[in-house]
Write a protein that binds this ligand. Structure first.
Ligand code: SF4
Ligand code: SF4
Length: 442
């Protein structure tokens, strides 16, 4: 359970927040001003600070600034009676976790607190995996979108409309999504205000703020039947709605664009403290998984939820512990393009199809690894053993050379002599383009 500090100049608000959060087992203290809050934070280590925005003296924004400067690990949630996207984004740029517009219901306060605590838990878990190579939270944010930080994304379409969805950070802090309540087509949504309600597996409702204002012209009906698409593919198949924007130009200024978001996020996550065990998010290629998905057999890669059944059932893994199908998929989903394509382990699969038979998500790992091998070969990353086999095939017409000894034995058994087919094979290599591929060197 967490330690939470409520900061509001109205004692009735502090008391009601305490009443809402204490029964959940949290340790909840209150402060009636920013100054008092700073004193409390000096004395005690809080996990979350929930602060009103408008207060005399040190207001919520100043408090947020100071807390993030001095105690960056504390999560701050803003309560605001003046919910506007400008203040919300400003607060989030300064490192606030989220904001709740006043008046709020007990459930709204609980759900945003739960998300903040879940995010902390994930972060702690990741920190503890110190011996593993990973990206913090394994976020992969496409760099061609606009973001309402840690909430929603917007993509500009060629027809002047926009598509919007839930970003990676939001959906991960919610956990398993079991229901998505979409707006109706024809409804008006407003930037910074509620557009979608998301229900998690504990039946808790989370509110998603709309990243843009305008009329909803299309919604993703597939989410009604299968809400988990948002968890599995938040930036593509898990899109939420299409909107005819009403104030696009001015509202885009309130959002953060791709590359800038990644830099903002890295700064916020204090990546300077990283060591070699972390990955450079900017060096990842978020398009890699889409590239694999376009290859025949690679289509289902994005629905992998990392259960590890493929690894547990792989006979190659039993012999060689460095071979790990689940890890290969994870690396591909993260965008570790170079590391995957240049690796030796992608060539170890024996194509036995056991993993494909057992995968609960129908990922077809055997085909996925073939798709990865095809991309690797196209770029000249071919395992030396395979090159040698191809050379032998071209030279001898077969992998196992048939000599006189073998042919004499065949004759004795009444079998016809086997002749070298090297000209035919060589022609097949040329016509099929295989020779060209084999000659490629990365
Ligand atoms: S069994 Fe399927 S879902 Fe599970 S980790 Fe392997 S590929 Fe992913
Ligand atoms: S197809 Fe490849 S990865 Fe899958 S179980 Fe067989 S050897 Fe392992």
């Amino acid at each position: 359970m967490a330690s939470i500090l409520i900061v509001d100049d109205e004692s009735v608000v502090c008391k009601s927040c305490e009443k809402i959060l204490k029964p959940k087992g949290h340790e909840v203290d209150s402060a009636l001003s920013g100054q008092e809050a700073l004193g409390e934070i000096e004395k005690k280590r809080y996990d979350v600070v929930i602060t009103d925005l408008k207060m005399p003296g040190i207001d919520g924004m100043k408090l947020l600034n100071i807390v993030k400067e001095k105690y960056e690990e504390v999560d701050v949630i803003m309560i605001t009676g003046y919910a506007s996207i400008d203040t919300a984004v400003e607060a989030m740029k300064l490192g606030a976790f989220d904001y709740i517009p006043k008046p709020f219901t007990p459930e709204e306060l609980r759900s945003v607190t739960v998300r903040a605590l879940e995010r902390r838990r994930l972060l702690k878990e990741e920190r503890e995996k110190a011996s593993r190579t990973y990206v913090r939270f394994e976020y992969t944010m496409p760099d061609n979108l606009y973001y309402l930080p840690e909430h929603a994304w917007v993509k500009l379409e060629e027809d002047g409309n926009v598509t919007a969805g839930v970003d990676d950070v939001f959906q991960k802090s919610v956990g398993e999504i079991i229901n998505v309540k979409l707006p109706d087509v024809g409804n008006e949504v407003e930037q910074g205000n509620l557009c979608v309600e998301i229900e998690d597996s504990s039946r808790r409702i989370h509110k998603l703020w709309s990243p843009i204002s305008g009329e909803v012209i299309e919604i993703n009906h597939k989410l009604t039947e299968n809400p988990s698409i948002v968890n599995n593919d938040p930036y593509e198949a898990g899109w939420i709605m299409r909107v005819a924007p009403s104030q696009l130009e001015s509202e885009l200024k309130n959002l953060i664009y791709g590359e800038a978001l990644i830099k903002w996020w890295l700064k916020r996550e204090v990546i300077e403290k990283r060591d070699d065990k972390y990955l450079q998010v900017s060096a990842l290629d978020p398009k890699f998984k889409h590239e694999i998905a376009k290859q025949p057999g690679g289509e289902n890669i994005k629905v992998c939820f990392g259960c590890g059944i493929c690894t547990a059932s792989c006979p190659v893994r039993e012999i060689d512990e460095t071979y790990n199908p689940r890890k290969i998929i994870r690396m591909a989903l993260l965008g570790m393009r170079d590391a995957v394509l240049k690796s030796d382990f992608i060539w170890l699969c024996s194509t036995c199809y056991t993993c494909t038979e057992r995968c609960p998500q129908g990922v077809r790992f055997t085909d996925v690894i073939n798709a990865i091998k095809n991309i690797a070969a196209e770029e000249g990353y071919i395992h030396p053993a395979l090159r040698m086999q191809a050379e032998l095939l071209e030279k001898e017409g077969r992998l196992y050379e048939i000599g006189d000894f073998d042919n004499k034995k065949r004759e004795k058994l009444g079998l016809p002599r086997v002749h070298s087919e090297k000209n035919v094979i060589s022609e097949i290599f040329k016509v099929s383009g295989f020779k060209e591929i084999m000659e490629k060197k990365a």
